[in-house]
Design a protein around this ligand. Structure first.
Ligand code: NAD
Ligand code: UDP
Length: 339
């Protein structure tokens, strides 16, 4: 049985990936400083799967403490989720973002080299395609120009990982470029639990629906898109988590760096999200149309062919599933994990 270390594994995507890895028979270790998550998420992962997860409360930047985890366990592969992810906050606090996101990556690579662990899967983002590339994005496109420090940390970390794999021929790197993960586990026990006012669309919609926020402001309706609002490639977080299981299977058979888009390939507009959420959950989401949000691209969606061809992975869930599952999680846990 192989052991996978999930750095930042208590978070939204990490917790869902932990469930899928445990269900597929892997041992899972979670290392997290809970800066944007809660130990309760891990407890619920155990509840869903009936399996135990070894956890370490640790700042991944702290190489000495991280080494202890590598010393105590036989780790076969690392999945690196540990990062700060708010675009707006990264513009206000760039140093915090560069320090946290780059240093976690360097610490992991140092420990991996020391303990001869040669497989790492990295949580990258569609944001690395930047402003220049046309949609749909394919993995062979050059990384583009980002509009914020968060995006640049992803570009830089991809470069660091690629360079390290060039220098160390034993190393296998998989860069997973996520599109827009939404939804929650269908049990309603784990989901996205943003601290403070949500930046992202779906948690905001859910919090308006549950009465925690008064109304959603739709950012811009004058874009050159199907209905004037921005389009994104929304992907169910459980589909995304299953993509990680496929990437883990793949990484042991492979050396060097490989990149995969994890998206559905189908763009939906903000208005379509609001309307679908209202329809499948039989409720109303109070919303108004406002001005554009600075830095937003009109459209962003994947060409997801490579993940199908090479990993044998494709999404299975629909937009209805995403909206239904997001709402189930929100309704059952109006205050997230702090209930
Ligand atoms: P999240 O904030 O829920 O999870 C990240 C986890 O990392 C949290 O549990 C946090 O406590 C932990 N963490 C952060 N810095 C740490 C540190 N120094 N030491 C230890 N733990 C640390 O975010 P998520 O949505 O699950 O995203 C996971 C990864 O995927 C991130 O790297 C994010 O940038 C990337 N990503 C997310 C999205 C998205 O829309 N959610 C899209 C593209 C890429
Ligand atoms: N959005 C919105 N109101 C909000 C939050 C987001 O209209 O309160 C829009 C945003 O302009 C974008 C889409 O929803 O077009 C997805 O935004 P999100 O921040 O979730 O993802 P990203 O823009 O980073 O892809």
């Amino acid at each position: 049985m192989k052991t996978i270390l999930l750095a930042g594994g208590a978070g939204y995507i990490g917790s869902h990936t932990a469930v899928e890895l445990l269900n597929a028979g892997y041992d899972v270790i979670i290392a997290d400083n809970y800066s944007n998550s809660s130990p309760e998420a891990v407890r619920r992962v155990e509840e869903i799967t009936g399996k135990t997860v070894k956890t370490y409360e640790v700042d991944i930047k702290d190489t000495e403490k991280l080494e202890k985890i590598f010393q105590e366990n036989n780790i076969d592969a690392v999945i690196h989720f540990a990062g700060l992810k708010s675009v707006g906050e990264s513009i206000e606090k760039p140093v915090l973002y560069y320090r946290n996101n780059i240093d976690t990556t360097l610490s992991l690579l140092e420990c991996m080299e020391k303990f001869n662990v040669n497989n790492i899967i990295f949580s990258s983002s569609a944001t690395v395609y930047g402003e220049e590339n046309p949609v749909p994005y394919t993995e062979d496109m050059k990384r583009g120009t980002c509009t914020n420090p968060y995006g640049w940390t992803k570009v830089m970390m991809e470069q660091i990982l690629e360079d390290t794999a060039k220098a160390n021929k034993n190393l296998s790197v998989v860069l997973l470029r996520y599109f827009n993960p939404i939804g929650a586990h269908e049990s309603g026990k784990i989901g996205e639990d943003p601290k403070g006012i949500p930046n992202n669309l779906m948690p905001y919609v859910s919090q308006v629906a549950v009465g925690k926020r008064e109304k959603l402001t739709v950012f811009g309706r004058d874009y050159d898109t199907k209905d004037g609002t921005c389009t994104r490639d929304y992907i169910h977080v459980v589909d995304l988590a299953k993509g990680h299981v496929k990437a883990v299977e793949y990484i042991f058979e492979h050396k060097g760096t490989e990149i995969f888009n994890l998206g559905t390939g189908t763009p939906y507009s903000v208005t379509e999200i609001v309307e679908t959420f209202e329809k499948v959950n039989s409720l109303k989401v109070n919303h108004v149309y406002g001005g554009r949000r600075q830095g937003d691209l009109p459209e962003c969606f994947a060409n997801a062919d490579k993940a199908l061809k090479v990993l044998g992975w494709k999404t299975e869930k629909t937009l209805d599933d995403m909206c239904r599952d997001s709402w189930r999680w929100q309704k059952n846990n109006p205050d997230g994990y702090n209930k």
